[in-house]
Design a protein around this ligand. Structure first.
Ligand code: ADP
Length: 175
């Protein structure tokens, strides 16, 4: 069974097969984790992203990691929080689902996610974490590591509140 772990720190430093970026629809860079990933990956990442012609919200596209320790970056576009009645939950779920598909496509066995949409896009952190864990559990734990192709999955928490939420939810098997 794949292992799910909450870790604190900077996702750009992780030695995993793939890290996930919380990008915007242009895929041309932004602030937050997106800015950090572009700075750490170097200018070739922007050149690769330009060729992707953007990405709709709820979807994700892959590029190499260039100067990052990670071999791949999955650029996921999370929804902007508008109060919850605008399909935000499904769109966020779509990001996690699509990234797990991309992992299978490129053969990434270790994948690290940031808390997509919970920064500038203002998605409530606990609600977002519940969705992230539910998708990952249903796709990875229930189908088994062999089918999912993933051995290790990290939820990277950039602040102590996010880490507390993930640790609490992951320790509860009913989440
Ligand atoms: P969004 O626009 O999807 O909300 P943000 O980048 O603003 O994206 O924030 C998404 C999450 O990523 C937030 O929880 C933020 O604290 C976190 N974050 C910011 N920088 C990093 C980083 N270097 N590594 C991991 N997480 C980060």
């Amino acid at each position: 069974m794949a292992q799910l772990t909450a870790v604190s720190g900077d996702i750009t430093q992780l030695h995993v097969d793939a890290i996930v970026n919380a990008a915007n629809e242009s895929l041309l860079g932004g602030g937050g984790v997106d800015g950090a990933i572009h700075r750490a990956a170097g200018p070739d990442l922007l050149i690769a992203c330009r060729k992707l012609n953007g990405c709709p919200t709820g979807d994700a596209k892959a590029t190499p990691g260039f100067c990052l320790p990670a071999k791949w970056v999955f650029h996921a576009v999370g929804p902007v929080w508008h109060g919850g009645a605008d399909g935000e939950d499904d769109l966020l779920a779509g990001c996690y689902r699509r990234c797990l598909e991309l992992a299978l496509e490129v053969g990434a066995r270790s994948v690290a996610f940031p808390a997509i949409s919970t920064g500038v896009y203002r998605f409530p952190p606990e609600r977002a974490a519940k969705i992230a864990i539910a998708i990952v559990r249903s796709r990875i734990e229930e189908s088994g590591a062999k089918e999912s192709g993933i051995d290790e999955l990290f939820f990277v928490c950039f602040n102590s509140e996010t880490l507390r939420i993930y640790q609490h939810l992951l320790s509860d098997a009913r989440t």
